[in-house]
Design a protein around this ligand. Structure first.
Ligand SMILES: Cc1cc2nc3c(=O)[nH]c(=O)nc-3n(C[C@H](O)[C@H](O)[C@H](O)COP(=O)(O)O)c2cc1C
Length: 348
C-alpha cells in the first residue's frame, strides 16, 4: 500500500467532512512527485483538449481549486474544480456528507458550499502549468435568474480555465435541475453562447453536466439543444435522487445525491441514451460509479471520450488512478486497438 493510499484508509475512519478537509489540506501541502509519463495509447482528444489520459477528477472534491497541483500529481488526465457560485455561500447545515460503506457509495447534500468566484479566480491564476483544469460553474441558492450566474462565472473566469462545465444537475440547490427543461435550457444555453468569445485562445470548450434521472427523450432534447447552442460536450452524469432497494447502509435514506457503485446502472443508462442521440456529433464524458479499468473501458466503448470519478477514490485511495490507467491500456491492446479513440463507441 502506498503512503497516499494509507492516508486514504486512515481518513475513512474520521467524520466524512473532516476527512475531506484534511485530504484537501494534505494534497495542497504534500510535495508529491510528478507521476510517470502516461502510456501513449491512453492519449485522447476531448472536444479539442489534448489529454494525456482519459481519467479525470469529477467536480466537488476540490470546490475552491485549492489542491490542483497535488490532484494533478495523482495521475489524472484532467482535473475539474468547483462547483463555484458567483458569491461565496456556506451550503447546507452539517451533517451533509455521508459514507455508505456497505454500498461503496456516498450521499451528499452539500449545497454548493464554496468561497465564490473572486477566490476561485485567484486560485486558477496559480494553477500548475501543463495541466488540463476545468472550472465547474454553479448558481447561488438565492439567485432568481440562475442563468445569469453561469454567465457571470464564464465571464469572470475567462482565460483562466482549460474548459468550463455548466452544472445544472446538482440536486441540492432548489430549482437548479429545472434548467434541464426545454424552455429554460434554450434560454440558458443561448445566453452562454452569446457570452463566449467567437474564436481565439479564450474560446475553450463548454460542457453541460446532466442528471442520471432523466428519461431518454429528455436526454435526446438536451443533446439537440446542446448542438443548436454550440455546447462542446455532455458530462453524464451527476448524482441521483434514486435510492435502489439494494442499498444496505443505515444512512441510505438521508436526503441528497447518491454517488458511487450503486449509481452505475443509472449513469450507464443515461450515457447510452446520450450516445444514441449524439451519434458521434457531441463528445461525452462518463461519470458515476467508475472504480476500475473495466468500468472505464465499458463506458468508453459505449461512446465516452473520457471518464471522471470521485466516490471510488474515497474507498480505493488515490492509487486507483494509476490502476485504472494500467488496466485500461491492457484492455485496449488485448482488443487490438492502437489508440483510445478507436475504442470510443466501439461497443454500441
Ligand atoms: C461530496 C460530493 C460533492 C459533489 N459536488 C459536486 C459539485 O459541486 N458539482 C458537480 O458538478 N458535481 C458534484 N458532485 C458529483 C460528482 O462530480 C459526480 O458527478 C458524482 O459523484 C458521480 O460520480 P462518482 O460515482 O464517481 O462519485 C459531488 C459528489 C460528491 C460525492
Amino acid at each position: 500500500m502506498s503512503l497516499t493510499d494509507l492516508g486514504a484508509a486512515l481518513l475513512r475512519r474520521l467524520d466524512p467532512e473532516q476527512a475531506h478537509r484534511l485530504a484537501i489540506r494534505g494534497l495542497a501541502l504534500a510535495p508529491l512527485p510528478r507521476p510517470p509519463a502516461d502510456d501513449p495509447i491512453l492519449r485522447t482528444d476531448l472536444a479539442g483538449l489534448d489529454l494525456p489520459n482519459p481519467v479525470g477528477l469529477a467536480a466537488g472534491l476540490d470546490k475552491n481549486g485549492e489542491a490542483l497541483r497535488g490532484l494533478s500529481r495523482l495521475g489524472f488526465g484532467f482535473v475539474e474544480c468547483g462547483s463555484v457560485t458567483p458569491r461565496p455561500q456556506p451550503g447546507n447545515p452539517q451533517p451533509r456528507l455521508f459514507r455508505l460503506g456497505e454500498d461503496r457509495a456516498v450521499i451528499n447534500r452539500m449545497g454548493f458550499n464554496n468561497a465564490g468566484l473572486d477566490a476561485f479566480a485567484a486560485r486558477l491564476d496559480r494553477r500548475p502549468a501543463g495541466v488540463v483544469v476545468g472550472a465547474n460553474l454553479g448558481a447561488n441558492k438565492d439567485t432568481e435568474d440562475k442563468a445569469a450566474d453561469y454567465v457571470a462565472g464564464l465571464e469572470r473566469l475567462a482565460g483562466r480555465a482549460s474548459y468550463f462545465t455548466v452544472n445544472i444537475s446538482s440536486p441540492n440547490t432548489p430549482g437548479l435541475r429545472a434548467l434541464q427543461g426545454r424552455e429554460q435550457l434554450d434560454d440558458l444555453l443561448g445566453r452562454i453562447d452569446a457570452a463566449r468569445p467567437a474564436s481565439g485562445p479564450a474560446r475553450v470548450p463548454v460542457f453541460l453536466k446532466i442528471a442520471p434521472d432523466l428519461i431518454a427523450d429528455e436526454i435526446g432534447m438536451i443533446v439537440e439543444a446542446s448542438l443548436a447552442h454550440r455546447i462542446d460536450g455532455l458530462i453524464v452524469s451527476n448524482t441521483t435522487l434514486e435510492r435502489p432497494e439494494t442499498l444496505r447502509s443505515p444512512q441510505a435514506h438521508e436526503t441528497g445525491g447518491l454517488s458511487g457503485a450503486p449509481i452505475r446502472p443509472f449513469a450507464e443508462k443515461a450515457l447510452r441514451a446520450a450516445a444514441e442521440a449524439a451519434n458521434g456529433c457531441l463528445p461525452l464524458i462518463a461519470v458515476g460509479g467508475i472504480d476500475s479499468g473495466a468500468e472505464a473501458y465499458a463506458r468508453i466503448r459505449l461512446g465516452a471520450s473520457a471518464v471522471q470519478l470521485y466516490s471510488a477514490l474515497i474507498y480505493e485511495g488515490p492509487g486507483l488512478v494509476a490502476r485504472i490507467k494500467r488496466d485500461l491500456a491492457a484492455r485496449l491492446r488485448a482488443d487490438g486497438f492502437s489508440t483510445l479513440s478507436q475504442a470510443i463507441g466501439a461497443g454500441r
